[in-house]
Design a protein around this ligand. Structure first.
Ligand SMILES: Nc1ncnc2c1ncn2[C@@H]1O[C@H](COP(=O)(O)OP(=O)(O)OP(=O)(O)O)[C@@H](O)[C@H]1O
Ligand SMILES: [Mg+2]
Length: 409
């Protein structure tokens, strides 16, 4: 095989830090397991090896493959090497071969005092954490709709585009959930000055200008004329409504955002003239300019709304945290955050773990997020005093990483 030299290096060059990038099914996990076998053969105890992958399923497979390979290796080994494989096989079940989350849970259970977690904590996996979050959301939503703050008020005015699309309550729930999953980024979001009233007024004027052309159209059935007629109809309705009730900015913001997504902006039509003395191309130019303004407005309104909602959803995240604490649960993000804090902030713990694990092997590295990379790099660092993972240097040979960016989820 062309890459035989690389494969041999993975198995034999145990003093080098290696990063392996290779395509699907080329044997990355196979070679990672082979490297562990080489490590055991050369005298590294399985208890000094940390091997992580992305899912429970992959971790289970890795263990199975490792068992098979260790048995195969033992069959061909003699004397001390044979004993090393026997010992490794007897310890396989307690070896640190699993997901990064299972590793973090183990570390926290071992050091609950230093990590400041409930020693009897339970891991709230997907369903449990969803349930706790829903509980927090229901309470928050009920309280909030009674007197909605600006962002919620604006969002609730928006309509779903499609009949079976989720309602705005679901949109809020999903936003809250995704915020909870990224709660370690606690900074407030930038909210640029946005004079919504002025922006809306300018835009309505532009739309009125376009709508006024409708009456001049020569051929009502032409698609260009139809698009302008659609805008004229919308504008006429707006005028009638506003004559009765005045301007409703929240409602208009929602409507403009819906109008922006309307199909009419793509209707082109044919023929040279739109009206006597007015070329269709010029109408399309004007229409495109209005569309651009509309897009800009929508973008700014949505950025403004997002920053506003980000702030308003804060109490929801807090109540989710409180519910988890009361239930004695840590969710997946907690596991990573608490373990990272423990390793980063407790020098004694960090040093002990760095000494305990002499080898770190990471499969499916493409799915490792920065928080997980931080944990792994701190464990691999050569200087126990270093707390900043971006400055940490791994001990030569300690780290072995395989992955395939193309398979990243
Ligand atoms: N050197 C090799 N020669 C022949 N077959 C191999 C070799 N290495 C691995 N294989 C086989 O190829 C298949 C895929 O291997 P493996 O699971 O290690 O690939 P992978 O790169 O980890 O895949 P994925 O990208 O899905 O994680 C397995 O059936 C394995 O036994
Ligand atoms: Mg693999």
């Amino acid at each position: 095989m062309n890459d035989l030299a690389a494969r041999e290096r993975i198995r034999n060059d145990l003093e080098a830090t290696l990063v392996v990038e290779a395509a699907a099914g080329t044997g990355k996990t196979t070679e990672l397991v082979a490297r562990i076998v080489s490590l055991v053969r050369s005298g590294t105890g399985l208890d000094r090896i940390l091997s992580v992958t992305f899912t429970d399923k992959a971790a289970g497979e890795m263990k199975l493959r490792l068992r098979a390979e260790l048995e195969k290796a033992r069959a061909g080994a003699v004397a001390a090497e044979h004993d090393r494989f026997t010992l490794a096989l007897s310890r396989l079940e307690v070896a640190q071969i699993g997901t990064i989350h299972s590793l973090c849970a183990d570390l926290l259970r071992e050091r609950p005092v230093e990590a400041r977690v409930d020693p009897l904590f339970e891991v709230a996996a997907g369903e449990t954490s969803d349930r706790l979050f829903d509980q927090a959301f229901d309470a928050w939503f009920q309280q909030t709709v009674a007197d909605p703050p600006e962002g919620v008020r604006r969002l609730l005015r928006r309509k779903s585009r499609f009949r079976d699309a989720p309602g705005q309550r679901e949109v809020l729930r999903d936003a809250g959930r995704s915020l909870a999953d990224h709660r370690d980024f606690a900074a407030t979001w930038r909210r640029d000055p946005f004079e919504r009233g002025d922006a809306v007024a300018r835009l309505v004027d532009k739309l009125a200008e376009l709508a006024a052309l409708s009456a001049k159209a020569e051929r009502a059935q032409d698609w260009c004329a139809k698009s302008v007629a659609e805008i004229a109809r919308w504008h006429g309705e707006l005028l009638r409504r506003e004559a009765l009730r005045g301007r409703d900015e929240d409602g208009l913001e929602a409507e403009l955002s819906a109008l922006c997504k309307h199909k009419l902006w793509g209707w082109k039509g044919s023929g040279k003239f739109f009206a006597p003395g007015l070329e269709r191309a010029n109408v399309l130019l004007l229409r495109d300019a209005v569309k651009l303004e509309l897009e800009r407005f929508t973008e700014r309104a949505e950025a403004d709304l997002a920053a506003c909602l980000h702030h308003e959803l804060r109490p929801l995240i807090e109540s989710y945290e409180a519910l988890k604490t009361r239930a004695g649960c840590l969710d997946f993000l907690d596991l990573l955050l608490r373990a990272r804090d423990l390793i980063r902030d407790d020098g004694e713990v960090r040093e002990e773990l760095q000494a305990r694990f002499s080898r770190l092997l990471v499969d499916e590295f493409q799915d490792t997020d920065p928080l997980q990379a931080e944990i792994l790099l701190l464990l691999a660092a050569d200087d126990p005093a270093e707390r900043d993972w971006t400055r940490a240097h791994p001990v030569p040979g300690k780290l072995f990483v395989v992955g395939d960016p193309k398979q990243s989820i």
